[in-house]
Structures are given as structure tokens and as C-alpha cells.
Design a protein around this ligand. Structure first.
Ligand code: UD1
Length: 394
């Protein structure tokens, strides 16, 4: 705790009072509101980065990055902090991997300790990973105001761990910032109080716009000897696709067939790499001349690969959104999506291992126009900042 200073503050607008902690006299004089931004796994980093930068520019806000350590490999975490110009995390909980209960439990225990050492004024959780629900549970039970950015998304598939994380987080968070109208509808149907819900748009698009110049300046495909517009990008990591040997085998064989017509760049997620190797599928995939396997690629070069690809094949949530914004055909290897606006926009199509080959060949030939949903405009971080300010700040 070092030299932390404790004060008692009376909030006349809400007739409440609470103790608060400041790090030094300068901060006390400025009376900055401490806002924890929770980052845990790869897709979280591009959601907190624009908000961190927007809040940092405000005189009244002191954003602090809390990294739970769910993703810990350099190329799953550190490289993203660098690319997105995030500072080193102010707090690192170092929880690492484990079963769902172990990971969720470890984050809750570690984050509760941090909250007890010094209460922030607001906790912002993003997305749907185990750390999202774990930090929300710890904060809400201590009465710390908690906001969920990317609230309201539903796949209606409770076999997905992320769906459980979304439902629980939205049921207990105090502020629900949604990316699209379907998010509002889902929350209202589940009984969320309307005054908690605010549609702010898609924060991922802010990151993309924030980094656009640097993304455009890269030629990431050249690393593989490929040219813009002459390849597809593949990412796969959902347990439902990669944890069963038979399914992963069918997917690998289909990707090899597609790659005979369209070369495929495939940065492999650690979960998928582990399984490719343990199921004995890695060598066959690596030997296919049209398949370019790589380690996970950091944000700027990866987005450059997406900007210039003919087609994305994925089971990620973020890539469905980014391709919709950019007007690039995307095939999502899932029976459902919590992002139906991407399907409505005409860029995204759901497919199965059995339909993938035909769909991929047709999609590579079809052009789509970008038709981003309303508020997917690169200005979401500004709307979130205004929302915090308008709610009387935390
Ligand atoms: C998690 C999220 C998922 C998100 C994805 C993005 C949950 C339930 N899932 O899935 O919503 O789309 O991140 O990547 O929170 N591993 C490493 N190095 C790392 C991180 C993980 O080797 O830096 C290994 C772990 O040891 C584990 C496996 O990858 O065996 C899965 O990691 P985990 O965090 O459990 O889930 P993801 O599949 O990454």
C-alpha cells in the first residue's frame, strides 16, 4: 500500500459518502476518479485501448489497467499492449490457465484483494471471457459500481462458456453499454432495468480506426510470399471446433482443399496448436503447400492481413465484426452467433465443416459492400466517456 492516502468523500448529488484512496497529493488535488479497465485475454485488449486513451485525456479520470493474466504468452498479450500503445498494466493478477472454475475462482480471489486494498470509483469489464464475469462478481459484491462494455450479446447457446459469462455479467452489472439494437432487446427481454442500458456502439471499430494508418502501412502478407487480395485468413480456437479430434481432422482436411484454390494464412491460437499436435494433425496441415501456419500475430499486422484478404474463415467474435465493418466476406464456423447484425449486413455467413468448402469457394468470388451497423463508427470510446460523465461520474 506504500504511501497511499485515504479520504472520506461526500457525494451531495447522490446523498452518499464513501472512503477513497489516492496515490499521491497531486491526484487528490485533481480529485480524479479511478476507473479500473479489466483486460484478460486477447480480444479484450483492443476493447480497452480506445477507452483507456479517451479517459486518459479527461482531467477528471484516472484509468488504470488491470490485467488478470488469463492470456500470458508474449504474442497473446504483450504484443497487443505494444501495438495498441497501452501502458504496462497498473496491476497484474497473474492467474494463468486452469479449468473454468479454477480460472474464474482465481481471478475473483485476486481481484477482490485488490479492491479491498483500494476501491476504484468504477470498474469497466469488457466482452465475455472468464475474467469478465469473475471481476464483475468480485466488484458488485463489494458494492463497487461496475459497467459492462459489449453488453447484451446473446448466441442463445448455453453450451458456450462465453454465453454463460455474458448472461451472468449482464444480470449483475450496474451499467450495460451495448454495441447494437439487438443487445438492448436481449437485455430488456431478460428484465434489465431500461435506465441501466445505453447503446454506445462497437468499441473494436475504434481500435481499428485509431490504428488505421499503421495498419495500412504494413504489408503483412509479404512475410508469407503472398499478395494483397490473393489469400484468405483463418483463425480457430473455440472448444467446440478444436477440442475434438474427429472435428478438427475434418476441418483441417477441408482447409487443405480450400487452400488449393485460395492460399490460407492461419495464425494458430495456443489452444488449437496444443490440440493439433496432440491429435497428430499438425504435420499434415503444415505440409500442405497452400496453408501458411504461423504463431498468433499481433494486432497491427493481423489487421493488415484482414484488410487485404479475400475471405476470412473464423470462429472468433471480433473478426465477424471487423470484416462487416470492412466489407470482407466472412465464414463463421459456428451454428449460431451472438452478433446477428454481421449476418444481416451480408458479410458474415454461418457454416459447418461440411458446407465450408463450397461456401469458401463461393465467398472468395463474391464481393460485399461495407454496410456497418449504426454507431460502428470509431467514436464509441467518446460515447462511453460521455456516459460516465453524464451519470454524474462514478
Ligand atoms: C479465451 C476466451 C474466449 C476468447 C479467447 C480469445 C473464455 C472462456 N474464453 O478462450 O472467449 O475468444 O480467449 O483468444 O474466457 N494459452 C496459452 N497461452 C496464452 C493463453 C492461453 O498457451 O497466452 C492456453 C491455455 O493454457 C489453455 C488454452 O490456451 O490451455 C485456452 O486458454 P483460455 O484462456 O482458457 O481460453 P481461450 O481458448 O483462449
Amino acid at each position: 500500500m506504500g504511501d497511499a492516502l485515504y479520504f472520506y468523500r461526500f457525494d451531495a448529488s447522490r446523498f452518499t459518502a464513501k472512503t477513497f484512496q489516492v496515490k499521491n497529493w497531486r491526484q487528490m488535488l485533481l480529485m480524479k476518479k479511478i476507473i479500473h479497465l479489466i483486460a484478460a485475454a486477447r480480444p479484450n485488449f483492443m476493447k480497452i485501448a480506445p477507452l483507456y486513451h479517451a479517459l486518459k485525456a479527461e482531467t477528471w479520470a484516472e484509468p488504470m489497467v488491470v490485467h488478470t493474466g488469463q492470456h500470458y504468452d508474449i504474442n497473446m498479450s504483450e504484443a497487443f499492449f505494444r501495438d495498441l500503445m497501452l501502458p504496462d498494466p497498473h496491476y497484474h493478477l497473474g492467474v494463468g490457465s486452469g479449468s473454468h472454475a479454477e480460472q474464474t475462482g482465481r481471478v475473483m480471489i485476486a481481484y477482490e484483494k485488490l479492491l479491498l486494498e483500494g476501491r476504484p470509483d468504477l470498474v469497466v469489464v469488457v466482452g465475455d471471457v472468464n475474467s469478465t464475469v469473475a471481476c464483475t462478481l468480485a466488484a458488485v459484491k463489494l458494492g463497487v459500481m461496475t459497467a459492462h462494455l459489449e453488453a447484451g450479446l446473446r448466441s442463445f447457446d448455453r453450451t458456450m462458456p462465453e454465453e454463460i459469462n455474458r448472461i451472468v455479467t449482464d444480470a449483475i452489472a450496474d451499467i450495460l453499454w451495448t454495441p447494437s439494437a439487438d443487445g438492448d432487446e436481449n437485455l430488456l427481454r431478460e428484465g434489465a432495468a431500461p435506465e441501466k442500458i445505453e447503446r454506445v456502439g462497437n468499441i473494436m471499430i475504434d481500435s481499428l480506426e485509431m490504428m488505421r494508418k499503421r495498419i495500412m502501412a504494413e504489408d503483412a502478407a509479404a512475410r508469407y510470399g503472398l499478395k494483397a487480395g490473393e489469400y484468405g485468413v483463418v483463425t480457430l480456437h473455440r472448444p467446440s471446433n478444436v477440442d475434438k479430434a474427429e472435428k478438427l481432422l475434418v476441418l483441417c482436411r477441408t482447409l487443405v482443399r480450400v487452400s488449393e484454390a485460395l492460399p490460407l494464412i492461419f495464425p494458430v491460437h495456443p489452444r488449437t496448436m496444443k490440440n493439433l499436435k496432440s491429435f497428430g494433425l499438425y504435420d499434415e496441415l503444415a505440409a500442405a503447400p497452400g496453408i501458411y501456419l504461423d504463431a498468433p500475430v499481433s494486432y497491427v499486422p493481423f489487421m493488415n492481413l484482414v484488410f487485404n484478404c479475400r475471405l476470412a474463415i473464423t470462429d472468433s467474435g471480433g473478426i465477424q465484426e471487423e470484416t462487416t465493418y470492412l466489407g470482407i466476406p466472412c465464414l463463421t464456423l459456428r451454428p449460431n452467433t451472438e452478433r446477428p447484425v454481421t449476418v444481416k449486413a451480408g458479410t458474415n455467413r454461418l457454416c459447418t465443416p461440411e458446407t465450408l468448402e463450397a461456401e469458401a469457394l463461393a465467398a472468395a468470388a463474391r464481393g460485399v459492400n461495407p454496410s456497418p451497423p449504426p454507431l460502428w463508427d470509431g467514436k464509441t470510446a467518446g460515447r462511453v466517456t460521455a456516459s460516465i460523465r453524464n451519470r454524474g461520474r462514478p
